[in-house]
Design a protein around this ligand. Sequence first.
Ligand code: MN
Length: 227
Amino acid sequence: MRFLITNDDGIEAPGLAALVEAAKGLGRIVVVAPAGPQSGCSHSVTTQGPLRVETTDRGFAVHGTPADCVRLALHTICPDVDWVLAGINAGGNLGADVYHSGTVAAVREGVLHGKPGIAVSQYRKRDLGWHWDRAASWTGGQLPTLLARPARSGRYWNVNLPNLRPEDPDPEALVCPLDPAPLPLEFRAEGDLWHYCGEYHTRRRKPGCDVNVCFSGKVSVTPIDLY
Ligand code: MN
């Protein structure tokens, strides 16, 4: 199996290395990732100027967005890949997050070109740190199952890892739908500036949907259909 791996946190991000670690041994990997952080850029693409590509020891670094990386990769660098994997994002991409996430957009761009994909994100609570080794291990546990499923046209998988304490046992995974609730609307005024201050950790959690599953300490595995 051949994988294109990308992210939206940039080619230097530890989450990208964790995803490479999770997928290695399952096939051939080509990394084409943004040269710098692009979180929250959604499905933005560069069409009004050139895209500079550097070859680094981590892979191809594109001075552009995650969707640019996938477009360029599928057109030039590795058009023969079977799957597009994105992540592991530093932060959850649950519910309404999928619409502004660059990580999820990368996978969605692949799906538009007929390549199935998996977006992986690590939810983080404020008082718990990153544990990329565990994130890699949990992702490695999910990949064979998802890769073995017949790829339905137009469908991709959105996986979110829970943020557990180091002493907690490995989480179970649950296939669940995307939470339909919007993120909370909270803005703080400062003169004529409005600062978004919605509380991610206390957002609405519909029982059985991905936000609640991940916040409750399980891996949420959500199929999303483009059409
Ligand atoms: Mn990100």
